[in-house]
Design a protein around this ligand. Structure first.
Ligand SMILES: Nc1ncnc2c1ncn2[C@@H]1O[C@H](COP(=O)(O)OP(=O)(O)OP(=O)(O)O)[C@@H](O)[C@H]1O
Ligand SMILES: [Mg+2]
Length: 432
């Protein structure tokens, strides 16, 4: 399932990146192509000739009467890269202007090809080179001796050829470079996308696995009290004639079962509520020292029953800004564990200290402690260390995960240290 999701991520990412890259490269190519071609067109159109004919007698001395005095302006600058052929209305060559050393047949072939396909700015291959040409009707500009001027079309055409081999080569090189760079970039993008897709999927997969495990564990835990209730209900049913008083044992077991289910469901609801993104914690100043004293008092009976000795050093009137109910829940969970997992006649030590930025609540209890390898797992849901012992002690392994979630929500921390067969210490730190 997650491989499919990752592949979808990957395909989506690759498609978007490829489209953006192809679009960028196409724009680069198109801009270069149109720049080169408009430059070629400009050269071809500015290279057309116009004949100037001057008629009359009182003309400046340096003018050539009735002659052609103007030639191609840009033509000469591109001399070695261009040539022009003058043809009559039937395509017959009248004149060739060229700086290039080419055989006459080449010019005839060029003129014939261009004349048969008069489409401007077409290209032909000649002498191993690419030529672009433009066919323009020639005109003459006549200046009369009385100063009047007019332009008249002639029955002649000029075909101007421009060598575009280099431009074509440049465009081809640009295309191959873009293709090459594009392929390499796609490959690199693929590797990067794969890395990030894997990274993005990992926490989702982990959360999904945890959630699945959670549902399985919760169902499993609910099965035990349910089967207790069922078995005792059957026992009651089998002795229908008996009085309630004589059956009180079975009823007591049913009560234990329902109590256990109620505790578990309450814990599950509590976890769900705290983990809800909309869960809000209050930020009100409260007396943390009093909260600790309240919890100690509420658990006094359970502690005395196990003959546990309690010593405490709680700095009075430590004021903390936060959610007092949630803080009390954490302190209760830690205290409840301390009583549960301390050996009879054991010892519990509590302290509350305040520094500039934090308050630290320590609770240490004697007992078997927690094995080093189990320490990081004690905050996992439904985790109970030392299974040989835990079946004697009631619990679902949810207390510490609730405490940790609350601490996270309050911006605090919970840490545990333990020395096996000696003691265990939990530290709850909160910002003031
Ligand atoms: N103070 C402690 N001393 C020794 N072991 C502890 C202590 N607190 C917790 N543990 C170990 O960590 C495990 C997880 O504790 P947690 O409070 O999450 O669950 P629980 O006490 O087993 O059940 P629940 O709190 O749901 O009633 C316990 O089963 C126990 O093995
Ligand atoms: Mg507990």
């Amino acid at each position: 399932m997650f491989t499919k999701l990752r592949n979808k991520f990957l395909i989506l990412n690759m498609s978007i990146t490829s489209i953006v890259m192809i679009a960028a490269f196409a724009i680069i190519y198109f801009i270069t192509y149109s720049n080169i071609h408009s430059e070629i067109k400009r050269k071809l159109s500015s290279g057309s000739q116009m004949q100037i004919t001057i008629e009359g007698t009182d003309l400046p001395e340096n003018t050539q009467k009735g002659g052609t005095i103007s030639s191609v302006q840009n033509f000469s600058t591109d001399g070695p890269l261009s040539f022009s052929i003058e043809v009559d209305a039937d395509g017959k060559i009248l004149k060739v202007d060229s700086f290039i050393d080419m055989p006459d047949e080449a010019y005839s072939k060029a003129a014939a090809t261009a004349w048969s396909n008069k489409k401007n700015n077409s290209a032909i291959t000649l002498e191993g080179k690419q030529w672009q040409y433009a066919v323009t009707r020639m005109s003459k500009h006549v200046i009369l001796s009385n100063g009047q001027q007019y332009t008249a079309d002639e029955n002649k055409y000029q075909i101007l050829f421009l060598d575009v081999t280099e431009s074509d080569k440049t465009l081809f090189q640009l295309l191959t470079t873009l293709l090459f760079v594009g392929l390499i970039m796609l490959f690199v993008i693929f590797l990067i996308s794969l890395y990030f897709a894997n990274r993005a999927i990992k926490p989702i997969a982990e959360t999904w696995e945890k959630q699945k495990q959670f549902v399985a564990d919760a169902s499993h835990e609910l099965k035990t009290p349910l089967s207790i209730i069922n078995a005792n209900y059957d026992a009651l049913l089998a002795n229908q004639e008996e009085t309630i008083k004589s059956q009180i044992k079975w009823l007591g077991y049913i009560k234990i079962g329902t109590d256990r289910m109620a505790t578990l469901i309450n814990d599950l609801l509590s976890l769900a509520r705290i983990e809800d993104v909309n869960f809000e914690t209050r930020k009100m100043p409260f007396n943390m020292s009093n909260v600790i004293h309240d919890v100690m008092l509420s658990m006094e009976a359970a502690r005395i029953e196990k003959r546990i000795n309690l010593s405490h050093s709680v700095v009075p009137d430590v004021i903390v800004k936060g959610d007092s109910e949630r803080v009390k829940q954490v302190v209760t969970i830690l205290f409840d564990n301390a009583i549960k997992y301390t050996n009879d006649n054991g010892q519990i030590e509590i302290s509350l200290r305040k520094s500039k930025r934090h308050v630290k609540y320590h609770i240490t209890n004697s007992g078997k402690g927690i094995a080093k390898q189990d320490l990081p797992k004690v905050f996992d849901r439904f985790y109970r260390a030392d299974p040989s012992r835990t079946h004697e002690i009631v619990g679902y392994g949810l207390g510490l995960s609730i405490a940790k979630t609350i601490a996270d929500r309050l911006g605090g921390e919970i840490h545990v240290t333990s020395v096996e067969n000696d003691c265990t210490t939990f530290t709850f730190t909160l910002g003031v």
